[in-house]
Every structure is written in structure tokens, then in C-alpha cells.
Design a binder for this molecule. Structure first.
Ligand SMILES: [Zn+2]
Length: 262
């Protein structure tokens, strides 16, 4: 057993809250720092499936990337799915910690792992943090020797283990500099262009962001919000397991992308 406060300190060292976006809600969102923890699950989002898994497998702590709660709550009732999840989780004495944008931006966080995973070199933050410019939002880097968009798409599919991703622009264009932003990061297009990138890899983008990409001459690769972030929940479980060898830690096995081909 490990005191929850000690696990929170370690998670804070992996994903420092000072790196999180201003609008975000990160850290311990429900819990008692003095509670003893034995079983920890990581997952991307609390859903009916992940809540049920956490309860069935008797987790004491869930490290869930997307915050629950996210917005201020004035009531916790079964009127909303979030209220239901919180009632069920807290009823089972399961604590909740969310690293979210702090983990996106951290030194070993999602965007760094994504940039490394597709083989970029000279990786740097796309929007450096004001207090700590070595880290920050998104990443960009160089594609050694250059590669066509289609070749980069192949690397993305291999790394994220997805059969299909989507593209906006010209699949034959040669790319030398590439930006990455997990989740919904189409707004990084301007920063990507400022860094001299020809391509932005993100999870999802609106139709209008796709049109803006075409109009401004930046290629987009859309890997899916789920795929662009979920791989890093296993990495988080591995990091916790290395640090706390006495704990039982797993990455959710029931979580799936709600968007499926038909
Ligand atoms: Zn996300």
C-alpha cells in the first residue's frame, strides 16, 4: 500500500500542473491524500465501461487523462452521466487524478512520445512554456531526409496501431518539418507554420479547420482523438509500475474508441 499523496507527488513530477492549460482542471480531483492505495488503473476517459472496470477490479485510484469533474459542479446526481460516474466511483472509494494538458505538454508526455514514435529528430515544443521553454504545448521536429505525407501516415499508423487515419492536402508532398498535437489541436496550425512545418499531425479537426489548412497550405494528418492519446495511458501505467513496484497497476482493458467504421 502507498499513501495517495505520495502517488500524487510522483504524477505531479511526470506531469507538472504548471504546464497545464489555463482552462484545464488537473491533479487530484476527488480523493483523500492520506488514503492508502494498492490498485491503480489508468485510462483516457471515464465512461460507463471504464467506471464498471474500475469498480469490478477494485481500483483504489484511477488516473484518467480527461478530467472528471471538468467544469464546476453544483450538484452530483444521476441526472447526468458525469454525476452517475462520480457517485459510483466515490461510492466505491475510488480516487480520481487527471493529468490532462500537463501530461500532453510534459517532458516525457504525450506529444513528446508521439514525436519520438514517428521518428522525428531535433524535437522542440511548438509553443514553449513561459517559465520552462524546454517543454510546452505540442512538439515539432525534423523528418530526417524528408518523407512524403503518405510515408509519414504509414509511420503514424504503425506507431499508434490503427488501420486507418485521415489526411487533408497532398499525400505526395515532401515533408521536412512536422508538428504534432494530440487530441483536438488543429488550432496549432499557425504555430506549426511559424516553426516552418509543412504538416500538422493531430487527433481530430473540424471541417472548417480542414478548409483553413488547405487554404494556408499546411497538410493535416488526423489520427483520431482516441488513438492520438490512448497509447500514452499504457506509458503512464508503466511509469507508475516502475516507481511503485509494490502496487497493482494496469491500463484499462475495456476502453475503446467510440468512433467506429461501419
Ligand atoms: Zn483528449
Amino acid at each position: 500500500m502507498v499513501r495517495l499523496g505520495l502517488i500524487c507527488e510522483y504524477l505531479e513530477s511526470l506531469a507538472p500542473a504548471r504546464l497545464s492549460a489555463e482552462w484545464d482542471n488537473v491533479g487530484l480531483l476527488a480523493g483523500d491524500y492520506d488514503a492508502e492505495v494498492q490498485r491503480v488503473m489508468t485510462c483516457l476517459t471515464m465512461t460507463a465501461d471504464t467506471v464498471a472496470e474500475a469498480i469490478e477490479r477494485q481500483a483504489d485510484l484511477v488516473v484518467v487523462h480527461h478530467p472528471l469533474p471538468f467544469k464546476p459542479l453544483v450538484r452530483i446526481t444521476t441526472d447526468s452521466p458525469e454525476g452517475r460516474y462520480l457517485l459510483d466511483l466515490l461510492g466505491a472509494q475510488i480516487h480520481l487524478f487527471s493529468p490532462h494538458t500537463a501530461w500532453d505538454s510534459a517532458a516525457g508526455g504525450i506529444n513528446q512520445k508521439l514525436a519520438e514514435g514517428i521518428g522525428l529528430s531535433n524535437i522542440a515544443p511548438l509553443v514553449p512554456n513561459e517559465g520552462d521553454p524546454d517543454v510546452g504545448e505540442g512538439r515539432w521536429g525534423e523528418v530526417s531526409g524528408g518523407a512524403q505525407v503518405a510515408e509519414i501516415a504509414k509511420r503514424v499508423k504503425e506507431f499508434l496501431r490503427v488501420p486507418q487515419i485521415r489526411a487533408v492536402g497532398n499525400p505526395e508532398r515532401k515533408i521536412e518539418r512536422l508538428a504534432v498535437g494530440c487530441g483536438s489541436a488543429a488550432t496549432f496550425m499557425a504555430a506549426a507554420k511559424d516553426c516552418g512545418c509543412e504538416l500538422l499531425l493531430t487527433g481530430e479537426a473540424t471541417f472548417h479547420h480542414c478548409l483553413a489548412a488547405e487554404a494556408t497550405g499546411i497538410e493535416l494528418l488526423l489520427a483520431g482523438h482516441f488513438a492520438s492519446e490512448q497509447f500514452a495511458m499504457q506509458a503512464l501505467a508503466d511509469a507508475l509500475a516502475d516507481r511503485f513496484t509494490e502496487l497493482d497497476i494496469w491500463c484499462s482493458e475495456t476502453e475503446r474508441d467510440p468512433i467506429q467504421p461501419i
